[in-house]
Design a binder for this molecule. Structure first.
Ligand SMILES: *Cc1c(COP(=O)(O)O)cnc(C)c1O
Length: 396
């Protein structure tokens, strides 16, 4: 479709190719493992360019392909590849950028499983080494780079403490040194932040969060140039096998059509709840890039066009039993991992991170027992405030 259309129109029509599906306004779920060819020459031609043909559903599937075209278009990438999970996308993108003995520069507050993949799995299996920085100053990147650095792995904003990295500055530095850049762009969604526009090589998302938005799919996506996606398709994607199921791809496709209105609603909700939270007795601080005292407020405004609704609060108590009582008292905010769905969620990172990470990493991430993460969903704002108000009364 003509790329001059705006995101809402792209998400409604781009890639749907109605005529290829008998005019169906919602395309079918292609629940097939393989594709039959008319003759030797046709299948031979397909194998010469697997990125442009449907051969086998571990590589490409038509239902997934429609969603991939939409995501690539709104993210300003040439191509996208859906995967079985966010970690499927992250591990494939990282493996594409490293080899045995490579060095990686990344941030201290990195998403836990991504950190474990680099610093445990790749370290033990392939001797990959890693340098952690807080990432808020470009000088730290310059100092951290070594001769064998092959990847700078970013997450901006970080999904617990929301530190940002200057995407343009990092991409420029990395390009000059021949280093690949990958960003986990899950928090802002591809609507509110377009890292490829700043020169970042690969953008990855957990599609289980905003891209799905209904908490009924685990999926991921890799977005990049045609060359990189076609290379990953036949290497990390085909060989490690984290392919998305056709039905999951179809659910993501359904979700994409409402992504702009959901993101607008999430943003409106978070911008309303932040100033309210700041005035509540029992809340010491709100962590989110839209707060006035957020140290990188200006950078956030300059590289994002909107805000996600995941935030953290610091409760004004050191007493873990009171923190527990607050969490357990919430009724509308459901207690659970993940975020970015229609429903509001609460989580205390201390519960799992202390088990997932080694002690130093855990401390470096700045996680403290009274830090509570909230994902603001699509419920009525007055009900959400009432819920938090009654739970805060447990701190008295
Ligand atoms: C959830 C999440 C992931 C991992 O995605 P899955 O779909 O659960 O594999 C990666 N990064 C961030 C920031 C996340 O929140």
């Amino acid at each position: 479709m003509n790329k001059k259309y705006k995101p809402k129109t792209i998400l409604t029509h781009d890639g749907d190719h109605y005529a290829d599906h008998k005019g169906a306004i919602v395309p079918p779920i292609y629940q097939n493992s393989l594709f039959a060819f008319e003759n030797w020459d046709h299948i031979d031609e397909a194998f010469s360019a697997p990125g442009d043909h449907f051969i086998y559903s571990r590589l490409q599937n038509p239902t997934a392909h429609i969603a991939e075209e939409k995501i690539a278009a709104i993210a300003h990438g040439e191509k996208a590849k859906l995967t079985a999970s966010g970690m499927g996308a992250i591990s494939a993108a990282i493996m594409y950028c490293v080899k045995a003995g490579s060095h990686v520069v990344t941030i201290k507050t990195l998403y836990g499983p991504a950190n474990n993949f680099i610093n445990k799995f790749l370290k033990e299996k392939c001797g990959v080494t890693v340098t952690y920085i807080d990432g808020t100053d470009i000088e730290q990147f310059k100092e951290a780079i070594q001769e064998n650095t092959s990847l700078i792995y970013l997450e901006s904003p970080a999904s617990l403490t929301y530190e940002l990295q200057d995407l343009k500055a990092v991409a420029t530095l990395a390009k000059a040194r021949g280093i690949k850049t990958v960003i986990d762009n899950t928090w802002a969604s591809p609507l509110f932040q377009k890292p490829l526009d700043y020169g970042i090589d690969i953008s990855v998302h957990s599609a289980s969060k905003y891209l799905c938005g209904h908490s009924d799919v685990v999926a991921g996506v890799i977005i990049s140039s045609q060359k990189i996606i076609d290379d990953i398709l036949v290497t990390e994607h085909a060989l490690l096998g984290a392919k998305i199921a056709p039905f999951e791809a179809w659910l993501i496709l359904r979700s994409l059509r409402t992504l702009p209105i959901r993101m607008r609603a999430h943003q409106e909700a978070v911008l309303e709840i932040i100033p309210w939270l700041e005035t509540q007795p029992g809340i010491k601080k709100v962590l989110h890039p839209a707060t006035k005292y957020f140290p990188q407020y200006k950078l956030g405004k300059s590289q994002m066009s909107g805000y996600g609704s995941l935030l953290s609060i610091l409760l004004d108590t050191e007493d873990i039993l009171k923190v527990k009582a607050f969490v357990d008292a919430l009724k509308i905010f459901k207690l659970g991992v993940s975020w970015g769905g229609h429903e509001s969620l609460v989580y205390a990172p201390v519960i799992s991170y202390i088990k997932e990470l080694d002690e130093n990493q855990f401390k470096a991430m700045g996680i403290i027992p009274n830090m509570i993460r909230l994902s603001v969903g699509l419920e009525d704002m007055a009900d959400l405030k009432d819920d938090i108000r009654q739970a805060l009364s447990k701190l008295d």
